[in-house]
Structures are given as C-alpha cells and as structure tokens.
Design a protein around this ligand. Structure first.
Ligand code: GLN
Length: 187
C-alpha cells in the first residue's frame, strides 16, 4: 500500500483479515518489491504534492500499466481518468470521471448498507455490504469497460475494470473482507 499519507494503517488490518500481508511503499524502488498496490483514502491534493516531491507519480503510472491497483476514496480519485471540483492530475488507469467532495456537508460522512449488484454477488458472494463514506467523491461517468459492483442511491461506488478496482467508500473500515479479497484475487 502507498503509505505517504492517509488511512493506510486501516488497510493493513483489512489485508490481515483477508489473509494477506501488507508492505508500505514510499519510494519508486518500493514498487519493485510488490505484486499490487492499494491507494488509500486521505486528501488527494496532499498526496499529489507528496507524489511529486518523491518523483513517484510517473513510476506509479508505469506500475499501474502492468500490475493491479485498488483505490479507495482519495485513491479512487487518483486512479480516475477525469477529476472535477477542482480538475487535478490523475493516473488515468480506470475509465471513470469523478467529482471530489460531492455529497455536500450534510452527508460529509455517513454509513450505508448497500444491496450488491449481481456482478458483485457472483464475484464476492451474497449479502449486503456496509459502506463508510468520508468526504467522498462521486463517480459521474463510467466508460464502456467498467463493471459496476455496488451502487449507493443510484451512483456507482465500487467499480472494476480488469486489474483495477475503485471504491468511493472505505471498505477497510468495515469487518467484511470481501472487497479486499476481490483485489487479492487479481494479484
Ligand atoms: N475528500 C478527499 C479528496 O477529495 C477524499 C476523501 C477520502 O479519501 N476520505 O481528496
């Protein structure tokens, strides 16, 4: 997992629960030792600055062209092809357009129980999914290669495209290991 900023510790525990061990990545050479990468939640403006300081943006994009990446919340924003509110740099690895901080103040932070789409149940198993949203982005556009695994009030909140997964919520903050397992299956 990328460990520059944000809630990467929660991902370590979630990976433990899903049966894998996490490695912290802070430099380009750190990418050489791993099979796949989690981009955690946090603040994308800060993450982009730190990625720039570490000269890590290009190596990350290159890593993503050959290995699986799972982005949660801020991580999903980094993976996208278009970002608004405001527009900012992104890796362009998963064909979605996202708007940052899109749920307004009232819904800044909330927990929902989601009824999974059939595609999620087929891949991960049946049953509702708890989703914790924290200053979440909204996925406004999904490209033709995208499969939507979970929706919240009609908006896609977990999307998959080949080796890439993007969640606008924080599966690492719930006990359910199913979403992390979807990532581990891609390694
Ligand atoms: N609001 C953050 C951003 O736009 C994302 C929030 C999160 O990762 N919990 O960068």
């Amino acid at each position: 997992m990328l460990a520059l900023q944000g809630d990467f510790e929660a991902h370590r525990k979630a990976l433990d629960r899903a049966g894998a061990s996490a490695v912290e990545v802070r430099t380009a050479s750190g990418l050489e030792a791993i099979d796949g990468l989690i981009l955690p939640g946090g603040e994308t403006t800060t993450m982009l600055k730190l990625l720039g300081d570490e000269k890590l943006f290009e190596p990350l994009a290159e890593f993503g062209r050959r290995r699986p990446i799972f982005g949660t919340c801020a991580g999903a924003i980094l993976l996208a092809t278009e970002v608004s509110n405001p527009p900012q740099q992104c890796l362009g690895l998963i064909d979605i357009g996202v708007e940052r901080n899109s749920y307004g103040r009232q819904l800044d932070s909330h927990v929902a129980r989601l009824e999974p789409e059939e595609a999620f149940e087929r891949a991960a198993g049946p049953g509702q999914v708890e989703a914790v949203f924290i200053r979440a982005p909204r996925i406004l556009r999904t490209g033709p290669g995208i499969e939507t695994y979970l929706r919240h009030r009609g908006d896609p909140v977990l999307v998959v495209q080949g080796p890439y997964l993007a969640a606008t919520f924080h599966p690492e903050l719930s006990d359910d290991p199913r979403v992390h397992r979807l990532f581990l299956e891609r390694l």
